[in-house]
Design a protein around this ligand. Structure first.
Ligand code: IMP
Length: 434
């Protein structure tokens, strides 16, 4: 029997704990592939007492024998990737092309993208998106524009790259001067820097789509690692307060270069509550002591930017929408331990708008939506030491059961802390996991 591939997607606004879930399941896979986003992501993995924060490199790097791939759908920042590789090497993990490959068709984040991201955000004032300022939006905009884009494969032809950088820098300089009265972009140092990146990365640059399609033919299992969360998806999220790529499982085929049939079992990762960084609607936000308490207990500060995250009750209405979009078949609930000892506990089950209960989640009308809550029983016990589902307090099990009902999928993974051993796996269709 063919072993199904696995896609891991975030069902909220990112920071759901996908890194830990990918790390847990990567031992079952031959390939782990990022298919969207870029260095705006921040995936945390804890192994023993060692904590790692990854931005661009997939979370499968901690398992020997796993080939990690940065897919064509990623906005690739070579500087961040090389810094990340150097930091891992300094901690004893040296990665070569046997462990990490980068798609030649991925788009390169250039210094002018980061500059444009910052200048654009500044010019928007109070209406800003609250981006991570990693140049993600401008990089994807140039990908769609085509004539001013640079792809990873372009980094290895030094002469052509210098010419291209010179030409694009002129265009960017004219635009930035007109729009923001900014100084011209100096092409030569950028060309030197990126030629050097190309030299260092060359052994890892590959036709990764072909490698993955061949893996599909040979029955080698692939895990697709999502970045960000579904409510930040450029098409289906809370636009314009979204990121610039397709982060749901719908983005897997085009972002990795595999057919839709290769997506496999989709695991949706959700926190036991909600958090969001940056601007945009968040109906179940608790901008009060409860939100502060969740932030403190959940260490809710951005892995990439260090910004405090906005926190609130679980929005099951939004998560169900996200799960439906990605065709999620199983749920991983993370940070359940953060809810221990709260005085009250609520789940948002729907919205009311203009006196009516909304039948379907609609990301375009959230501004005036009023959340409808259901109160749940709290539990005083610390659950961080629980290793079996049956060890959890009755009220915690009831919370998980209600999540299953509201989202319409089984919760097969429960995380009660950052360590690998703080992961409870229940009956799952993922072969080899339980
Ligand atoms: P950008 O992706 O940097 O353009 O940011 C657009 C929006 O997505 C902002 O609200 C960011 O805070 C948010 N965002 C981007 N990446 C992540 C992530 O990995 N986790 C959480 N929020 C993110």
């Amino acid at each position: 029997m063919q072993i199904s591939n696995i896609a891991v997607v975030g069902l909220q606004w990112g920071d759901e704990g996908k890194g830990k879930v990918v790390d847990t399941m990567s031992r079952l896979c031959r390939h782990v592939v990022r298919y969207c986003g870029g260095a705006n992501a921040g995936h945390s993995v804890q192994i023993g007492d060692e904590k790692y924060a990854l931005h661009l490199i997939p979370c499968g790097i901690f398992r020997e024998g796993v080939v990690n791939i940065v897919g064509n759908g990623v906005a690739f920042d070579p500087q961040v990737a090389l810094d990340e590789l150097a930091a891992l090497a300094a901690r004893g993990l040296t990665l070569g092309p046997d462990r990490l490959l980068i798609s030649s068709a991925a788009h390169v984040v250039m210094p002018w993208h980061k500059l444009q991201d910052r200048l654009n955000e500044e010019s928007l004032g109070a209406g800003k998106i609250g981006t991570t300022v990693r140049g993600i939006g401008p990089c994807y905009a140039d990908k769609a524009m085509r004539s001013v884009a640079i792809r990873v494969g372009d980094l290895t032809d030094a002469d052509a790259l210098r010419d291209r950088i010179g030409r694009i820098a002129e265009i960017k300089s004219a635009i930035f001067a007109a729009l923001y009265d900014a100084a011209p972009v100096d092409a030569d140092p950028i060309a030197d820097e990126y030629v050097e990146y190309g030299r260092q990365l060359a052994p890892m640059i590959a036709n990764t789509g072909a490698i993955l399609r061949s893996a599909c033919r040979n029955g080698e299992r692939i895990m697709f690692e999502g970045g960000q969360g579904s409510l930040l998806d450029v098409d289906h999220g809370t636009y314009p307060f979204v990121t610039s790529s397709t982060v749901t499982a719908c983005g897997v085929p085009s972002g990795a270069g595999v057919p839709p049939s290769a997506v496999g079992t989709v695991v949706g990762v959700m926190k036991a509550y909600s958090s969001r960084v940056g601007a945009g609607p968040f109906p179940s936000e608790q901008d009060n002591e409860i939100g502060e308490c969740l932030r403190r207990r959940g260490h809710e500060y951005g892995t990439t930017t260090g910004r405090p995250r906005r926190c609130g009750w679980l929005d099951a209405f939004a998560v169900r929408y996200a799960a439906d979009l990605s065709g999620v078949s199983e749920l991983a609930v993370t940070l359940l331990d953060v809810l221990s000892g709260l005085d009250e506990l609520k789940i948002c089950t729907g919205y009311r708008l203009g006196g009516q209960t909304l039948e379907n989640y609609d990301a375009t009308v959230l501004a005036g939506a009023e959340p409808v809550y259901e109160s749940m029983s709290t539990w005083p016990e610390d659950i961080a030491l629980c290793r079996n589902f049956d060890d959890l307090p009755q009220a915690t099990k009831a919370y998980v059961a209600r999540v299953e009902e509201l989202i319409g999928r089984p919760v097969t993974i429960v995380s009660v802390g950052p360590r690998r051993e703080q992961t409870i796996v229940r009956q799952t269709q993922i072969k080899g996991l339980s």
